[in-house]
Design a binder for this molecule. Structure first.
Ligand SMILES: [Zn+2]
Length: 103
């Protein structure tokens, strides 16, 4: 069985790129909103390169996702069964956990 390591790397890189964008958005949101419970706008962290879908979630909820290195937030419908496991669901977002690195 062949493992497409390069595609996997690209997929994870994309998620990490959007995580970096979201970290910046988070900092801006906290700065402007003043307190962390406010809903903030983040971008979908799914592995579709072209996806820039925005979603709202609380800064605290985002922090909780970030605290787990394998977890990402995506908009509903952008989760990838088999690659990611859904660990949380809300009206506007889905929390997924990468299965690729789970051994
Ligand atoms: Zn997406």
């Amino acid at each position: 069985m062949e493992i497409d390591g390069r595609r996997d790397d690209k997929r994870v890189q994309n998620e990490l790129l959007f995580r970096a964008v979201n970290e910046k958005l988070r900092a801006l949101n906290v700065e402007f909103e003043g307190f962390a419970n406010e809903l903030a706008v983040f971008v979908c962290e799914c592995n579709r390169i072209e996806c820039m879908t925005q979603m709202e979630l609380g800064v605290e909820a985002f922090d909780a996702v970030c605290a787990q290195p394998l977890r990402f937030v995506v908009v509903p419908g952008h989760e990838m069964p088999g690659v990611e496991q859904v660990v949380g669901r809300n009206g506007t977002y889905v929390v997924v956990e990468e299965l690729a690195y789970v051994h």
